[in-house]
Design a protein around this ligand. Structure first.
Ligand SMILES: C[S@@+](CC[C@H](N)C(=O)[O-])C[C@H]1O[C@@H](n2cnc3c(N)ncnc32)[C@H](O)[C@@H]1O
Length: 236
């Protein structure tokens, strides 16, 4: 079902009914984000031209619903935000969250700062890569790290879990390959300090196609056998 039509130059977007359910009173901000992406996203190299007509379903709503896996008031780091996904829709839908957008590319950082300013969102935008030592030192540990279309699960876990507090989670938006990625990368995820990866759906009953996420808890890493024995010897 569709509701209001938003006109913008040659771009006509009809706000899907699901947007009201997902964004509530903030739906106008979400419409503005869709307009900004439609107007500037292609020319600024943020989205492909084919994405303009499917911004709501494939990008904005699909991103916002991952909030189902994020506790109230959580501190979130969105790794590799790019055009602002999932971090910006998440910030619109969940004003209770404290969100940092982490992105290495200067022109994308500029875009993200502009979007935050235009939409009046209290987002922090940080330039850098998740695996950089300086970034790990600069950012406070997150309750939740989010990522969409940044890297395969094994690499994502290695980059992102060190940014997550103990018992916090990595919530990775994945497509149809999610289950296969879990099978392939389970051992690497555990080596990176993660627990058993869990496959989950979000937006069921609201979105025509629910989003698929992989949720990984950061568990305490056991010390390697040798150093455990050595520390035991010291304490005797
Ligand atoms: C394919 S884009 C996806 C952007 C956005 N998450 C989305 O879903 O549209 C991947 C993004 O991850 C960023 N990126 C790549 N490696 C990264 C790293 N090591 N740390 C943080 N961001 C990274 C890229 O600069 C790019 O903006």
């Amino acid at each position: 079902m569709r509701s209001e039509s938003v006109g913008l130059g040659g771009f006509e977007s009809t706000t899907p009914a699901a947007a009201a359910a997902v964004f509530g009173d903030q739906v106008r901000q979400a419409e503005r984000f869709v307009e900004l992406l439609a107007e500037h996203g292609v020319e600024r190299g943020l989205i492909g031209p084919r994405e303009v007509d499917r911004l709501w379903e494939r990008h904005v709503l699909n991103s916002a619903v991952i909030g189902e896996h994020i506790p109230h008031g959580a501190r979130v780091v969105d790794v590799g935000s790019g055009a602002g996904l999932p971090g910006v829709p998440l910030a619109i839908a969940r004003p209770d969250l404290d969100i940092v957008l982490l992105e290495p590319m200067a022109r994308r950082v500029e875009w993200l700062s502009e979007v935050a300013g235009t939409l009046g969102l209290p987002l922090a935008v940080v330039r850098g890569r998740a695996e950089e030592k300086a970034i790990r030192q600069q950012l406070d540990l997150a309750d939740v790290v989010t990522a969409r279309a940044v890297a395969p699960l094994a690499r994502l876990a290695t980059w992102c879990l060190p940014l997550v507090r103990s018992s916090g989670t990595l919530v990775a938006l994945k497509g149809a390959s999610a289950a296969e990625e879990i099978e392939r990368d389970r051992a690497a995820v555990k080596k990176a300090g993660g627990g058993e990866p869990r496959l989950a759906e979000c937006g069921a009953g609201v979105l025509e196609t629910p989003s698929t996420v992989v949720v990984i808890e950061r568990v305490e890493q056991r010390k390697p056998e040798r150093s455990r024995r050595r520390s035991g010897a010291r304490s005797r």
